[in-house]
Design a binder for this molecule. Structure first.
Ligand SMILES: [Cu+2]
Length: 129
C-alpha cells in the first residue's frame, strides 16, 4: 500500500471517530433532557395587561430566556402564563423577574408539581365560562 492510501484511511477513521463521538454526545444530551422533563414543576402567573397574541408571545419569549424553563403556555384571554421549569436550574423568583421585564403586571398564583392539578383546574375554569 502506498503512503497516500494509508494516510487517506487514517483520515477516514478519524472522521468516523469524530462523527460517532458527536452522535454519542447528542444521545447523552437528549437523555438528560428527558430525565429533566420528568422532574419539572409548574407555576402559574397572573399576567395583567395583555391585549393580544403578540403580548402573549412577548411573555412566552421572556419566560423562555430563563435557563431551566422547559415549557411555557401564555393565554392573554385568561391572563395567565403557565410555566414548566426544572427546579434544579431555576426558581419561581427568577421566572417572575424575567416575566416582569415585559412590562406587564405579573403575580404568582400557584405552584404545583402535579400536572394533573393544572388540567383539572383548567377544566373547572372552562365550565365557569
Ligand atoms: Cu398585544
Amino acid at each position: 500500500m502506498s503512503k497516500i492510501k494509508v494516510f487517506v484511511m487514517i483520515m477516514l477513521l478519524g472522521v468516523f471517530a469524530i462523527v460517532s463521538a458527536q452522535t454519542a454526545a447528542k444521545k447523552e444530551k437528549d437523555a438528560k433532557k428527558s430525565t429533566a422533563k420528568a422532574k419539572t414543576e409548574i407555576i402559574t402567573f397572573n399576567v395583567d395587561g395583555m391585549t393580544c397574541g403578540a403580548c402573549a408571545g412577548m411573555v412566552d419569549g421572556a419566560a423562555n430566556t430563563v435557563d431551566g424553563v422547559a415549557k411555557c403556555s401564555v393565554k392573554f384571554k385568561e391572563k395567565q402564563a403557565v410555566v414548566e421549569y426544572d427546579p434544579k436550574k431555576t426558581d419561581a423568583k427568577k421566572i417572575e423577574a424575567a416575566l416582569k421585564t415585559t412590562g406587564f403586571s405579573i403575580a404568582r398564583i400557584e405552584k404545583t408539581d402535579a400536572k394533573k392539578k393544572i388540567s383539572e383546574k383548567a377544566a373547572v375554569a372552562k365550565k365557569k365560562k
